[in-house]
Design a protein around this ligand. Structure first.
Ligand code: ATP
Ligand code: MG
Length: 257
């Protein structure tokens, strides 16, 4: 699904990623850890193709195609979707209209926005401008609603649980799990659900500090981003336990091995 080769990325004057290699297979979920400021968000923004994140070396291959220089909208059309850590407020754009736009390139263009919004308790927000005055938890649910409409094949989640209360965590966990399973909330009407699951192999890249999301998703493996490179590959729960016991300094030792 995704191959990242020797990726070097500059943000402003600073080289944030320094030779990062990563492969995520179809149907696989990868968990990314790393201290504040280590470049996790920068990696996701680069994968999505945002300006300001300059690839100075290396390449990004998605579904076998080199997308390193493609604009954001083409990557989105190819099937990459992202839930942002801090998405912008967009005045003049109603949530309902953005959700409808997200569905434009989904497998089933005729989505029922009301039905989707109901699943994330978001009916009351559809007529508000996108993220305008939304609380932290509401922003996360709005992000999920957009992804439910878009149905991407590669899902990038930047701290999906941050700012979310425990009750909503269960809801968010369930939705993330369904998205990663390819459980189309808007399945193609001509293909039975059972068949659709076989056709759609969805992959995920999730950034987490707390690991709450691990209670809900079937995460295959993870790594830590330190000093612009990935290290300490392992099972996400083991990595989290290690970090909470020994801190990130152990990862530096791992990098120097
Ligand atoms: N426009 C910019 N100009 C200069 N430096 C920037 C810019 N954007 C990001 N950075 C820096 O790049 C580094 C990586 O930031 P990034 O947001 O990717 O970290 P992160 O790993 O996601 O951290 P966190 O866990 O706090 O979300 C930080 O030191 C940040 O200050
Ligand atoms: Mg971040």
């Amino acid at each position: 699904m995704l191959v990242i080769e020797d990726l070097h990325v500059k943000v402003g004057d600073r080289e944030v990623l320094k030779g990062l290699n990563l492969e995520i297979k179809s149907g696989e979920t990868f968990i990314l850890f790393g201290p504040n400021g280590s470049g996790k968000t920068s990696l996701l923004m680069t994968l999505m193709g945002f300006s300001g994140y300059k690839v100075v070396k290396g390449k990004i291959i998605f579904k076998g195609k080199d997308i390193t220089n493609l604009p954001v909208y083409e990557r989105a059309r190819m099937g990459i979707g992202m839930s942002f850590q801090r998405p912008p407020t967009i005045h003049g754009l109603k949530t309902r209209d953005l959700v409808q736009m997200c569905a434009k390139y989904a497998q089933n263009k005729e989505i029922d926005v009301l039905n989707l919004a109901k699943k994330v308790n978001f009916l009351d927000f559809l007529d508000r401008d996108i993220n305008s005055g939304f609380s932290g938890g509401e922003i996360k649910r709005s992000e999920l609603l957009q992804l439910m409409a878009q149905q991407p094949d590669l899902l990038l989640f930047d701290e999906p649980e941050s700012g979310v209360d425990l009750e909503n965590m269960a809801l968010i966990g369930k939705i993330v799990k369904n998205l990663l399973r390819g459980n189309g909330e808007s399945p193609r009407p001509d293909v039975p659900m059972k068949e659709l699951k076989k056709i759609r192999q969805v992959s995920g890249l999730i950034i987490t500090h707390t690991g709450y999301i691990l209670d809900y998703v079937n995460a295959d493996r993870g790594q830590v981003l330190m000093n612009g490179q990935l290290c300490c590959e392992g099972r996400p729960r083991d990595i989290l336990e290690h970090i909470s016991k020994f801190g990130y300094k152990e990862c530096v030792r791992c990098l120097n091995k």
